[in-house]
Design a binder for this molecule. Structure first.
Ligand code: SAM
Length: 249
């Protein structure tokens, strides 16, 4: 099995095994929602690997509608960590302790997301978990999966400071003629593409300092193997202006 932390006990370190990988339409960090559940239409899979790729590990897991996915922020791991970070929720200009945030730049780059468990497939001895409403980059290494247990995991009256309520924007998402044609062209492979793009863009993936300001930049984001180009029209409308295949480097 692959090791993710190369260590010994003597150094006060712990070694974990990767138990699976995420196959996600989010191919780059930009535009991934900042928490699970914000973009409900996104579908992905987890492929179990090594000794963990065994049907016994998931026996009866299907009784649970949601699972906790514990993973490594492999896309930012190399950048190390910081004691203070600037959460986008605070406009990106106030520094607070990393442990008071869900930042990826943590002393141990461990993430946790509650996601919907849609199905479990076992084909040719390969265990595949079908999940949705994720906030995970493609190829994210998984270190654990646990059932979500509402009676204990959900605390409806908990205090959550600056993150008490779900972030909302008043953004409308429209598609110009070129983008509409592309949606039609890709509809066989990606029937829910329009909804997926709308939900991702409605989160306003731009940096916090751009929000509410005039912005004529043309942005691009990769979903699946498609590059989606879009631009602000005024302060409250995002127009998708083209959808083209990603050109591999
Ligand atoms: N729900 C998790 C948590 O609370 O630990 C992740 C929250 S973190 C704020 C979500 C962001 O992490 C996403 O918007 C994306 O940019 C980034 N991300 C997701 N998967 C990643 C990965 N494997 N490596 C690095 N960054 C990742």
């Amino acid at each position: 099995m692959q090791k993710i932390i190369n260590t010994t006990d003597v150094n006060n370190k712990i070694e974990f095994n990767i138990i699976g990988h995420v196959n996600s339409p989010y191919k780059e960090k930009f535009a991934i929602p900042r928490q699970p559940g914000l973009v409900t239409s996104v579908k992905a899979t987890i492929t179990l690997t090594g000794d963990a790729n065994n049907a016994e590990l998931v026996r009866e897991l299907k009784q649970f509608s949601h699972i906790w996915v514990l993973f490594v922020f492999h896309g930012t791991q190399q950048q190390g960590w910081k004691p203070l970070v600037r959460p986008p929720r605070l406009g990106g200009n106030k520094k607070i302790g990393v442990l008071a945030t869900r930042s990826t730049f943590r002393p141990n780059p461990i993430g946790m997301s509650v996601v919907k468990l849609d199905a479990i497939d076992i084909k040719a001895k390969q265990v595949i978990l079908h999940i949705s409403a994720i906030d995970l980059l493609d190829k994210t290494p998984i270190v654990d999966i646990k059932p979500y247990v509402p009676y204990s995991d959900s605390i409806p009256h908990a205090h959550a400071g600056f993150a008490q309520i779900q972030p909302s924007t008043n953004l409308q998402v429209t598609f110009n003629d070129l983008a509409q044609m592309a949606l039609t062209k890709y509809s066989n492979n990606f029937p829910d593409l329009a909804l997926f793009i709308e939900q991702v863009l409605a989160q306003d993936p731009r940096p916090a300092y751009k929000q509410g300001k005039h912005d004529d930049k043309i942005y691009g984001m990769n979903l699946y193997d498609l590059n989606i180009q879009w631009q602000m029209q005024g302060l409250t409308t995002i127009e998708v202006i083209d959808i083209t295949p990603v050109i591999s480097k």
